[in-house]
Design a binder for this molecule. Structure first.
Ligand code: ADP
Ligand code: MG
Length: 272
């Protein structure tokens, strides 16, 4: 069904149509030094409302995968579908958050959040209250009329998330959004993202370097090997929700992290 819930009388465990369908996708970039194979034969289905993380070493093609799903790059092989439709350019029900916040220094925080709406040609006035409410939710109440350079890195990234959520996209793509933040700010943002995801059930594709972050946030963790990128394993995270930071100290959590780390060690990607 359109809202992702099973109709009455059907088996809730039945397999839903995927929201994102990546089938045998490859990507080779042309560069002055020759062809660069970035992704090889990637297949992955993401269910509506599912939280998927991708972890893997630097250069293995994580950002390339995200750009393909965002319709910003074209695959060299295979097919991508979003909401059942083959991808032709960026889908309109999507938002992206990058590692470096892309806030414009000459616009206030509120005007930065409203930027996504302006790009889509939607009426500013209609979204202003929602933008203010979102900023409030993310602890930025009272900062609406400040400028990005007056805010900390964590606050700027919160504003970027507000901007992404403003149009209420069905699909949210995040490329190492917390990678440049200090550990405590990162913890806060992990909690806030988990909470907002639980409330809104966006389909989420999240890229990270941190195994612990991936386990904490995700329904499934996709492990990618060394370049050129391939999926080496997909691990379902059966930890109860909502998850608190304290849940990272449970034996089950520690075991998931250890299992993934061990697999990366076997592949020579991390040391044990
Ligand atoms: N536009 C591009 N042109 C040529 N090579 C690229 C381009 N973008 C990425 N690459 C190469 O593709 C590989 C994967 O890059 P990327 O997807 O950014 O990896 P990750 O995000 O996992 O660090 C790397 O070898 C990178 O140098
Ligand atoms: Mg990257």
């Amino acid at each position: 069904m359109a809202d992702g819930t099973a109709p009455e009388g059907t088996d809730k465990g039945a397999i839903q149509a995927p929201y994102v369908s990546i089938s045998r996708v490859g990507k080779t970039y042309a560069s002055p030094r020759g062809a660069v194979p970035a992704l090889v034969d990637i297949s992955l289905d993401i269910a509506p409302g599912e939280f998927i993380s991708v972890v893997g070493p630097s250069g293995c093609g994580k950002s390339t995968l995200l750009k393909l799903v965002a319709g910003l790059e074209e695959p060299s092989a295979g097919t991508l579908k979003v909401a059942g439709r083959p991808l032709k350019g960026p889908p309109d029900n999507l938002a992206v958050v990058f590692q470096r916040d892309v806030l414009l220094d000459w616009r206030t925080i509120l005007d930065n959040v409203l930027l996504s709406i302006e790009f889509m040609g939607l009426p500013r006035a209609k979204y202003k209250d929602r933008a203010v409410a979102l900023l409030q939710r993310f602890g930025l109440g009272g900062f609406e009329h400040r400028f990005p350079w007056e805010l900390s890195g964590g606050m700027r990234q919160r504003a970027s998330i507000c901007r992404a959520l403003l149009s209420d996209p069905e699909l949210l793509l995040m490329d190492e959004p917390f990678g440049a933040l200090d550990a405590m700010t990162r913890d806060d943002l992990n909690i806030e993202l988990a909470r907002i995801w639980q409330e809104t059930r966006k389909t989420l594709l999240f890229i990270t370097h941190s195994i612990a972050e991936a386990v904490f946030l995700s329904d499934r963790v996709v492990m990618m090997g060394k370049a050129p990128g391939m999926v080496v394993d997909v691990i379902r995270i059966d930890l109860p929700r909502p998850r608190s930071l304290a849940s990272r100290e449970t034996a089950e959590f520690v075991e998931y992290v250890a299992r993934i780390r061990h697999h990366f060690a076997e592949l020579g990607i991390v040391k044990e």
